[in-house]
Design a protein around this ligand. Sequence first.
Ligand SMILES: Nc1ncnc2c1ncn2[C@@H]1O[C@H](COP(=O)(O)OP(=O)(O)OP(=O)(O)O)[C@@H](O)[C@H]1O
Ligand SMILES: O=C(O)c1ccc[n+]([C@@H]2O[C@H](COP(=O)([O-])O)[C@@H](O)[C@H]2O)c1
Length: 207
Amino acid sequence: MRDRIADGKRRLGVMGGTFDPIHHGHLVAASEVAARFDLDEVVFVPTGQPWQKGHRSVSPAEDRYLMTVIATASNPQFSVSRIDIDRGGKTYTIDTLRELRAEYADADLFFITGADALAQILGWRDAGELFSLAHFIGVTRPGHVLADPGLPQGGVSLIEVPALAISSTDCRARVARGDPVWYLVPDGVVRYINKRALYRDPSQPTR
Ligand SMILES: Nc1ncnc2c1ncn2[C@@H]1O[C@H](COP(=O)(O)OP(=O)(O)OP(=O)(O)O)[C@@H](O)[C@H]1O
Ligand SMILES: O=C(O)c1ccc[n+]([C@@H]2O[C@H](COP(=O)([O-])O)[C@@H](O)[C@H]2O)c1
């Protein structure tokens, strides 16, 4: 990571997600927020066990981590953190932000969420404390309404990003059907999915 900028606090974006797989919707959202909010860096944080996705199988964390590394490697502003994977247990953003706060004591944190995730945020663990640890940035996502769900005043910014109607769910379904995911996910991620035979069999082992 780059050194703290001399003329002020570092501005650190945090893009949390299950990234099963990471796709261009995630990358465009992070890139757009980085530009609009003058961020020094965006840290992608793949979830360990995403408790709200418990109704479906989730690919092994190492596969999701490696796909995230592959997808972000060419952008010097992007990095990937293992903190949610290495902590073990269910992933809660309150833990993510507490750890990042401790690691980057002098940085301002900006947590990036799509409109669908933002709508659920008041149901996240310790939601009341979340907003003291980071500023939240809600981004538009096709098929979802972007709105402030009632965060403390000044706690959230809502911004429009280029509309990409891509979801990980659709990418997985396409692979299972034998349809292409080229140009929905980065080329290296397509190759990784093929190499590891991910998503071909919906009943394959998980986590
Ligand atoms: N196309 C998109 N445009 C804007 N934001 C997105 C887009 N896809 C995902 N996001 C946001 O990225 C974050 C991580 O998303 P996640 O990894 O769950 O992807 P997903 O496509 O929603 O996955 P799934 O289809 O498996 O639920 C969430 O805040 C989500 O709202
Ligand atoms: O903290 C929580 O209770 C919580 C509940 C659901 C989702 N999140 C976080 O929201 C981000 C997007 O999650 P997901 O499940 O949409 O991939 C990711 O960083 C999750 O850890 C956090």
